[in-house]
Design a protein around this ligand. Structure first.
Ligand code: NAD
Length: 371
């Protein structure tokens, strides 16, 4: 079977880390026909727009994409390509596992969390305007709907059940945001009552941040609204080893896009310096989604081995104070090649290093079989 998958290299470090993921994908033996489509800055150069229709058409056709990060201009310019992709394709569930790998790059080696973030509304809706002509005041719309809240909370409880997770924590700010926050809170409470086999609790976002840095092991699956999830998932990435090792996926009912938590890190673009692991583990999540469990397990084991050996790791895992035994940093491409080299060699009979990883998603259609 050959899977046709849309590949969006993206901006900044995106082309380097997606190339690394392709090298690792090739080592698994899973046949993937990559349909490479540019979005972001290369697309602006080629066609004058950061998100040509061909990108959406390709993802709709293939139903699955592996994506690099895309730069969003700050304080002006075009609307975020990421936000447009998620809303156009109704990719509502952003899933960001934070799994410490071999205790490296983290003070919290037990970290094993999944942040589930609503990805189509909230403070990301972009409905903003100036209140006065002088631009001394501005307003933004925090759109929270019952429909979107119900489906993201249901997604989180279903994920918890499938992954044998014990607890879902609903995160909001309902004490201050007495309509939007309360709406999400009500959706959470009513859904929690339908899943008596899964524990549930609630935290206000500010307290959640403090609790996470104090005792992350007390949390399991976290579900929250768009902006809060964006912030919390970077925090959780930090707990688990940093943005360089934090994978992610956004799911709709028929389409899924796999992309790291990190952005385009422009200051490292073109230097072959970035950590490819977040993109490689996003590939791992993609392969699980496709049902290619052995290939996904091989990648997870290979990443684990490479990081624990500390012979070939990028700068973020080689910083003094962050590893037990600092080493000179390797390049992005060397680390990807080392992971790929290990993929066919890993011992599949030894226990799979925990923490666990999402095995499945609610997406009903898988990628098209093309051969
Ligand atoms: P960023 O995630 O790009 O980088 C922040 C810092 O994290 C970097 O300076 C670097 O120190 C570290 N880092 C990130 N990825 C790394 C990797 N693979 N290996 C090693 N270190 C890594 O965040 P930013 O600088 O705030 O954003 C840059 C651009 O990316 C912005 O335009 C932003 O809008 C965009 N962005 C895109 C996405 C996406 O496409 N999904 C996500 C987040 C940010």
């Amino acid at each position: 079977m050959t899977y046709r998958v849309t590949l969006i290299p993206g901006d900044g470090i995106g082309p380097e880390v997606t190339r690394g993921a392709q090298v690792v994908a090739a080592a698994t033996g899973v046949a993937i026909d990559w349909e490479v489509i540019e979005a972001g800055e290369p697309a602006i150069r080629a066609s004058g727009t950061p998100l040509p229709d061909t990108v959406l058409e390709s993802i709709r056709r293939n139903k699955i994409a592996l994506k690099g990060p895309i730069t969003t201009p700050i304080g002006g310019g075009f609307r975020s390509v990421n936000v447009t992709l998620r809303t156009e394709l109704d990719l509502y569930a952003s899933v960001r596992p934070a799994r410490a790998i071999a205790g490296e790059g983290t003070r919290y080696p037990e970290t094993d969390l999944i942040v589930v973030r609503e990805a189509t509304e909230g403070l990301y809706s972009g409905a903003e305007h100036w209140v006065d002509r002088e631009h001394t005041a501005a307003e933004t719309a925090n759109v929270i709907t019952r429909k979107a809240s119900d489906r993201i909370v249901r997604f989180a409880f279903e994920l918890a059940r499938r992954e044998h997770r014990k607890k879902v924590t609903g995160v909001h700010k309902a004490n201050i945001m007495k309509t939007t926050g309360a709406l999400f809170q009500t959706a959470f409470r009513e859904m929690a009552a339908k899943y008596p086999d899964i524990g549930s609790d609630e935290r206000l976002i500010d307290n959640m941040c403090m609790q996470l840095v104090k005792k992350p092991s007390e949390y399991d699956v976290i579900v929250t609204t768009n902006l809060m999830g964006d912030i919390l998932s970077d925090l959780c990435a930090g707990l688990a080893g940093g943005l360089g090792v934090a994978p992610g996926a956004v799911y709709g009912d028929h389409v899924a896009v796999f992309e790291p938590v990190h952005g385009s890190a422009p200051k490292y673009a073109g230097q072959d310096k970035a950590d490819p692991v977040a993109e490689v583990l996003s590939l791992e999540l993609m392969l699980r989604h496709l049902g290619e469990r052995e290939a996904a397990d091989r990648i997870w084991r290979a990443v684990w081995e490479v990081i624990s050996e500390k012979k070939v790791v990028t700068y973020d895992l080689a910083l003094p104070g962050y590893t037990n035994r600092p080493v000179p940093p390797s390049t992005c491409s060397a680390m990807a090649r080392e992971i790929a080299r290990k993929v066919p060699l890993v011992d599949m009979s030894s226990p799979l290093p925990r923490p666990a990883v999402p095995e499945s998603s609610p997406v009903s259609d898988t990628a098209l079989e093309t051969g």
